[in-house]
Write a protein that binds this ligand. Structure first.
Ligand code: AMP
Length: 529
């Protein structure tokens, strides 16, 4: 099948050919004719499937006839994040280049004046995040009664981010006689309920997710002490052939701290997180996309949907709390069939999170050690299970530990028994491999004390020689490290609702320091095969 078979007009076909697309993707094949017929669509599709063109191409055709009136957009596309909204706007520019459609992008952090000016002139396509759209509506700057086509994109993400009440309110302001296209990567009952409320006799389309990054990305994981993570990352960045990379942290403040540290050590890096003003986010992404900087340190705002070509590496400076975020993060590399590598730096307390990720992947992530960085192991519960930060509040580094100090230092330095570390997944741990200068070995083998084949860090006072772990004193943390330590790594929390990205506000204390006994009881976890 070709694009010409789908009922698209000349202008769109030429634009698609200019973009270099020769064949429609499955979602495009199924959605485009249905949208052109004027029917509602319920699409179960992820980013990477070509779904954006699946709705923008037919919309361009539909909107080609007719003119927008001042403040009365003719179509509305709601996106959960500014980056996704900007990406859809780019798509309209690419596919609509032979049409004279007007478009406005309403996203937080951009100047109201410019957005209002565009709206005043009348727009055919309005692409918006829910918060900014409602702000402008409440100021009387926008009238939604002329919207004939509504797209709700990434509905599951909207749900995750607490945007659903806003979306419901926006939909209530639209005319009931309209065409609605609703896309979500998953169809959880809550999403279905919304779809039922918003759509009328929709055509349901479901396409397979793009090739899972779990299959296309080489994945590696090492367990290191929190205080060694930055050095571990630097060693990896030097040892690996990094064309460009995204380095994910769980919290926005850690993004800033890590950025400062990388820059101090001479790496060209920029940061991206939800607290940055929009112009800075856009500028940062542009610099990264165009190859002016090699490293992007980011929170999960960059994990989903961002379509950046040729990312060679993803580093998880923190293990994500939600297993699915791991897949989204590593999916920033290895796109469109290219190869990609990911490296995860786990802390001793990350056992349960890693276990959940491996269970979801259905296989173990290849363990590796970094020469000159002391590997460690996942902390064990009293019952021998792996401990994670999900239960109770683990003490911050330097705070008193439930284990006696002597026992702690013993367990840090000793070679752990095989059964302690890899018991649940031992069978699937891959054979040793070498990746460039970093030796990849199945955990928990201690590091081979071969001389580090990575470059010597000229900015470091001297090449670091570690004392035996048991005797190694805890170094006094540098100021930035102290922030990290004081915050501990125990403020992971479940997804919260909230209208804005707030990925590192202090977690609600809930039970405070008191942890009831039932929460400390071990939860049996099914073993991965
Ligand atoms: P999306 O799922 O909409 O985020 O699209 C993912 C990527 O696929 C984007 O980089 C698009 O430019 C690209 N793309 C969309 N449709 C096609 C197509 N028919 N052929 C090749 N690439 C496409």
């Amino acid at each position: 099948m070709t694009f010409a078979d789908l009922g698209l007009g000349d202008g769109v076909l030429r634009a698609v050919a200019d973009a270099g697309y020769t064949q429609p993707t499955p979602i495009q094949e199924q959605a485009i004719p249905v949208v052109l017929m004027g029917r509602d669509v319920l699409g179960c599709a992820q980013t990477g499937t070509g779904k954006t063109a699946g709705f923008t191409l037919p919309m361009i055709e539909i909107l080609a006839a007719g003119r927008a009136r001042a403040r009365m957009p003719r179509s509305l596309i709601i996106e959960p994040t500014r980056e996704l909204a900007a990406q859809v706007a780019e798509n309209f520019n690419v596919y609509g280049k032979y049409h004279k459609l007007s478009m406005a992008l309403l996203i937080g952090g951009e100047s109201f004046t410019e957005q209002q000016r565009l709206l005043e002139r009348g727009v055919d396509v309005l692409i918006a995040t829910p918060g900014r759209l409602l702000d402008l509506f409440e100021r009387g700057k926008i009238i939604l009664t002329d919207v004939r086509v509504l797209v709700i994109d990434e509905a599951d993400r909207m749900l995750d981010m607490g945007f659903i009440p806003d979306v419901e309110r926006i939909v209530s302001l639209l005319p009931p006689l309209r065409q609605t296209l609703f896309f979500s990567a998953t169809m959880a009952p809550e999403i279905r309920r919304l779809a039922d409320a918003f759509l009328s006799n929709p055509k349901e389309i479901s396409v397979a997710p793009p090739a899972s990054p779990a299959l296309t990305v080489e994945q590696h994981l090492t367990i290191v002490h929190d205080e060694d993570k930055r050095e571990a990352l630097r060693e990896l960045l030097r040892a690996e052939d990094v064309r460009n990379a995204i380095i994910f942290c769980n919290r926005k403040r850690d993004v800033d701290i890590l950025l400062k540290s990388l820059v101090k050590y001479g790496f060209d890096a920029v940061a991206l997180h939800g607290d940055m003003p929009q112009h800075k986010r856009t500028e940062t992404l542009d610099r990264y996309r165009t190859g002016q900087v090699r490293l992007l340190v980011a929170s999960d705002v960059a994990a989903r949907g961002l379509d950046i070509d040729h990312v060679s590496h993803v580093f998880n400076f923190d293990v994500p709390i939600h297993a699915e975020d791991y897949v989204h993060r590593i999916g920033r590399t290895g796109r469109a069939g290219r190869s990609g590598k990911s490296f995860t730096l786990a802390s001793p307390d990350d056992g349960r999170f890693v276990e959940a990720i491996e269970k979801m992947l259905g296989r173990a992530i290849t363990r590796f050690v970094i020469p000159d960085i002391e590997p460690t192991e996942f902390a064990a519960d009293e019952d021998g299970g792996r401990r994670g930060r999900g239960r109770g509040r683990s003490p911050a580094r330097g705070a008193s530990s439930p284990k006696p100090a002597a026992e702690r230092s013993r367990s840090r330095g000793r070679k752990p028994a095989q059964s302690e570390i890899e018991a649940p997944l031992q069978a699937s741990v891959p054979a040793p491999v070498r990746v460039d200068a970093v030796e990849i070995v199945p955990s928990p083998t201690p590091p081979a004390h071969a001389p580090a084949s990575v470059e010597v860090d000229e900015q470091r006072d001297a090449p670091r020689r570690r004392r035996p772990a048991a005797a190694r004193p805890t170094p006094a943390p540098a100021p930035a490290e102290r922030v990290e330590a004081a915050n501990g790594r125990d403020d992971r929390r479940p997804r919260r609702s909230g209208r804005h990205e707030q990925d590192d506000e202090p977690a609600p204390l809930g039970l405070g320091d008191h942890v009831p006994a039932f929460l400390l009881r071990p939860v049996p976890i099914a073993r991965a095969r």
